[in-house]
Design a protein around this ligand. Structure first.
Ligand SMILES: NC(=O)c1ccc[n+]([C@@H]2O[C@H](COP(=O)([O-])OP(=O)(O)OC[C@H]3O[C@@H](n4cnc5c(N)ncnc54)[C@H](OP(=O)(O)O)[C@@H]3O)[C@@H](O)[C@H]2O)c1
Length: 278
């Protein structure tokens, strides 16, 4: 079976660099999708309270029969639970819903700069970590200014920052901040939900290396050192997105794809997104 490379996070724990994303997978489709991913060889699943499919993700992980230590499971604190006590209670619900003893990584999903106080939220995350029921804590969609505040006012450097990254949004500044402070970058929407797959620079490289545009784009992320978890409910794509380790891009290919940046988001801007679910 293909060996997925792992990265070591700043607290010493290991994370598979390729995983499987579950955003926009309906609960009734989640068990099958995650099972297909685990059967293919993925050993890292990314979910969130917001996705409404934690129960089914946990079920699929338990059904797989794989030792718990062999599957890396990430979830995220939903917007609306940023107050200290609310965050702890929401984390307890995640463990109940997943029906797992622990999660490998738990993230603050959005900073919500105009709503709550993410420093208070982060202190709750530190408490979760102390409880031993999460192996690493991190953030998602944090800009350098938000990270700077955490570094100044709290004792724990986030292990990861999960942000939107793809060839049209290369996120040089946030990624460099992470590198400087030992915060690993996780790239969400790594193929921009399909929007980059017709780009002529990517399709030309794909033709030359005899791989698909999605494989070329995912390989670009891996060679830049980021962690990725493409989502698909299509078994052939789940398989395709896993076959990234039998070819390599040249430094020129990597530079050409990075050169496609146009600071174009597919999702919300973290500086102005302050949405809280009902
Ligand atoms: N932290 C955050 O705020 C945040 C936000 C968004 C996403 N995420 C995480 O990042 C994961 C990935 O991002 P994403 O789901 O937004 O987008 P993505 O992985 O960039 O793209 C998924 C879309 O591309 C299609 N697709 C997948 N593989 C393909 C292939 N080989 N060829 C052609 N099309 C393909 C999928 O279709 P089918 O499913 O129909 O095959 C789906 O429509 C999420 O699932 C979630 O875990 C986190």
């Amino acid at each position: 079976m293909t060996q997925i490379p792992s990265l070591t996070l700043n607290n010493g724990i290991s994370i598979p660099q390729l995983g499987f994303g579950t955003f926009q997978i309906e609960p009734q489709d989640t068990r099958e999708a995650v099972r297909a991913a685990l059967d293919t060889g993925y050993r890292h699943i990314d979910t969130a309270q917001m996705y409404g499919n934690e129960k089914e993700v946990g079920q699929a992980v338990r059904d797989s029969g794989l030792p718990r230590g062999e599957v890396f499971v990430t979830s995220k604190l939903n917007n609306g639970y940023h107050a200290y006590g609310d965050a702890l209670a929401a984390f307890a619900r995640t463990l109940d819903d997943l029906d797992l003893e622990y999660v490998d990584l738990f993230l603050v999903h959005w900073p919500l700069p105009a709503v709550g106080d993410y420093v208070e939220t982060w202190k709750a995350m530190e408490e979760m970590h102390r409880s031993g029921r999460v192996r690493a804590i991190g953030v998602s969609n944090f800009q350098p200014s938000h990270l700077e505040r955490l570094l100044r006012e709290t004792a724990t450097v986030p292990a990861v920052n999960q942000i939107e990254v793809h060839p049209y949004l290369t996120q040089d500044e946030v990624r460099a901040f992470g590198t400087d402070h030992g915060i690993a970058t996780e790239a969400w929407s790594p193929i921009a939900q399909g929007k980059v797959l017709d780009d002529p620079v990517i399709t030309a490289i794909a033709e030359r290396v005899e791989r698909s545009p999605a494989q070329v784009t995912l390989r670009w992320h891996l060679q830049r050192g980021d962690i990725v978890f493409p989502k698909s409910v299509t078994p052939a794509r789940v398989e395709e997105n896993f076959r990234l380790f039998d070819f390599e891009l040249t430094p020129e290919d990597v530079a050409a794809i990075t050169g496609l940046n146009r600071d174009e988001r597919t999702g919300p801007d973290p500086d102005t997104f302050n949405w809280i679910p009902d």
